[in-house]
Write a protein that binds this ligand. Structure first.
Ligand SMILES: NC(=O)c1ccc[n+]([C@@H]2O[C@H](COP(=O)([O-])OP(=O)(O)OC[C@H]3O[C@@H](n4cnc5c(N)ncnc54)[C@H](O)[C@@H]3O)[C@@H](O)[C@H]2O)c1
Ligand SMILES: O=c1ccn([C@@H]2O[C@H](COP(=O)(O)OP(=O)(O)O[C@H]3O[C@H](CO)[C@@H](O)[C@H](O)[C@H]3O)[C@@H](O)[C@H]2O)c(=O)[nH]1
Length: 476
């Protein structure tokens, strides 16, 4: 079989960009991205796409209506496809067995059942969603149990490694493409079909083929290792604050070791897409009766969580331990720059804590929709009335910071670096505080202007004071 027709179930942050790039690079293949959400599909077919990703608009414009289609008709797309990507969401379970840890596979199962119900010809089904090890086997069970006579399936694991904010570049220049499949002639043939799609733009030596389980586990392992680096640097940032070392200097010194490398060593406020995948790994370890391994990866999550709490506690402590009645501006609500995604964003925790403490919050983020901010805060328990009376959302940083007692920078958007902080200082309440949760601002300039400045991983203007060793470090 030569793949001529691709269907993707799930038009989200992964399905949309991934299939747009496939359509761009494989003009002879018809790519149809479907979603059960009519609203999302309507947005994909409009001028304002449902997700913000640098470069995505251009790719969609180049292919949409030619060989790239967004549709709500899942059945029709499944029927005509040779190869089907499952790119549906796999959030952490919020109820029942494995609550708070295991991934909720109901959308993956729903997708598999949909394929089984509709398919009338052979299909290669590709697991693109991030799933636990053995998920391919579960998908196969569903497909086989509902198989029509004469229809056969091959399941491949092809995890996605793109990061939001750089998705198009990551897809075009992937470090590697990973394809796992059944170790049989039919499995190898299916792997080869998918390889040929990626070979339109990815050199063969960067396409890695493995067995299905290795592929599934490699995705969780990659995220776990990345998260572990961030947790490690965040852990060291607390040591820096307590000693007078500067985490930026430490990260640079450590990262110049070629065995360690400089990437993913930026201390920050914490919070990320990683959490659900590491929880997934923890749950797998628990289920496999590997408690030490589960505890190890759990500690990576705990450190990330702790960083958010530590940073927010520092804000409140600096503001004389009370924020009640104060107006505080949060700059940035997305979990990182160049995306409108707020899932697991540290800003949600910061905003909730400050609202619980009685502060009024003003928020500005260049790409996050107002409705998303409302939804996120309601989800963490802030009542609509409280939101109505204590939250304002602005369209620019200058309006958002006016009359505030403090600014908390939660997302590292480039535009925050070049704001006119003199003008901002002039229109703030005094003393004016700024908490740089991303370490992107010019702290010396802010101090010169008159701000009280706090950041992560260094104690500005007070080196080596109040060392907190209970004993000398050598004696520890
Ligand atoms: N967001 C990322 O950066 C990223 C990167 C790599 C991997 N992943 C993984 O990829 C998967 C998808 O993530 P996402 O961020 O794109 O999620 P998302 O929530 O943005 O999109 C998932 C979409 O799937 C749709 N859907 C659910 N069930 C469906 C069905 N049966 N048929 C059709 N559509 C259905 C939903 O309506 C939703 O629009 C997850 O497993 C995630 O962990 C995400
Ligand atoms: O040095 C760093 C790097 C990142 N972060 C933060 O860590 C989080 C995650 O960042 P990043 O990994 O860049 O974005 P994601 O879109 O979450 O991408 C991760 O998660 C995806 C979903 O599984 C994977 O596909 C990607 O490979 C993996 O990088 C964000 O809040 C970043 O601000 C830091 O605090 N310091």
């Amino acid at each position: 079989m030569v793949v001529k027709n691709i269907c993707c179930l799930g038009a989200g942050y992964v399905g949309g960009p991934t299939c747009s790039v496939i359509a761009l690079k494989c003009p002879e293949i018809k790519v149809t991205v479907v979603d059960k959400s009519k609203e999302r599909i309507a947005q994909w077919n409009s001028d304002k796409l449902p997700i913000y990703e640098p470069g995505l608009d251009e790719v969609v414009k180049a292919c949409r209506g030619k060989n790239l289609f967004f549709s709500h008709d899942c059945n029709a797309a499944i029927l005509e496809a040779d190869l089907i990507f499952i790119s549906v969401n796999t959030p952490t379970k919020t109820f029942g067995n494995g609550k708070g840890r295991a991934p909720d596979l109901k959308f993956v199962e729903g997708a598999a059942r949909m394929i089984a119900d509709v398919a009338q010809s052979n299909k290669i089904v590709v697991e693109k969603s991030t799933v636990p090890v053995n998920a391919a086997e579960s998908i196969m069970k569903i497909l086989k149990a509902n198989q029509r006579p004469g229809v056969s399936y091959q399941i491949l694991s092809n995890p996605e490694f793109l990061a939001e904010g750089t998705a198009i570049n990551d897809l075009l220049n992937a470090d590697r493409v990973l394809i796992g499949g059944e170790e049989s002639p039919a499995g190898e043939a299916a792997i080869e079909e998918l390889c040929q799609i990626y070979e339109h733009w990815i050199p063969r030596k960067r396409i890695l083929t493995t067995n299905t389980w290795s592929s599934e586990l490699s995705k969780l392992a990659a995220n776990a290792m990345l998260a572990q680096r961030i947790s490690s640097i965040n852990s060291l940032s607390a040591v820096c604050e307590a000693t007078g070392a500067d985490i930026a200097e430490v990260a640079r010194a450590v990262g110049l070791d070629s065995r360690i490398g400089p990437k993913f060593l930026q201390a920050s406020i914490g919070g990320s897409c990683f959490q659900k995948d590491i929880l997934n790994l923890v749950y797998i370890c628990e289920c496999l009766n590997l408690p030490q391994q589960a505890a190890y990866w759990q500690s990576v999550i705990d450190m990330n969580e702790h960083q958010k709490h530590r940073f927010t506690a520092k804000v409140i402590e600096s503001l004389l331990n009370t924020v009640s009645g104060k107006k505080i501006c949060i700059l940035g609500f997305a979990f990182k720059k160049n995306t409108g995604d707020t899932r697991e964003s540290a800003a949600i925790y910061v905003a909730k804590t400050l609202l619980d403490e009685g502060a009024s919050i003003s928020i500005y983020d260049p790409k996050v929709e107002n409705s998303q901010i409302h939804e996120d805060l309601k989800y963490v328990g802030i009542t609509p009335e409280h939101i109505e009376s204590h939250l304002s959302i602005f369209k620019d940083a200058y309006s958002a910071t006016k009359d505030c007692h403090a600014i908390i920078l939660c997302t590292e958007w480039d535009e925050f670096v070049t704001l006119d902080y003199e003008a901002i200082y002039d229109q703030m309440m005094k003393p004016a505080y700024i908490f740089d949760g991303r370490k992107i601002l010019d702290h010396n300039n802010l101090l010169r202007i008159g701000f009280h400045v706090e950041t992560i991983g260094s104690r500005l203007g007070q080196p080596f004071k109040n060392r907190r060793y209970s004993t000398s470090p050598q004696a520890l």
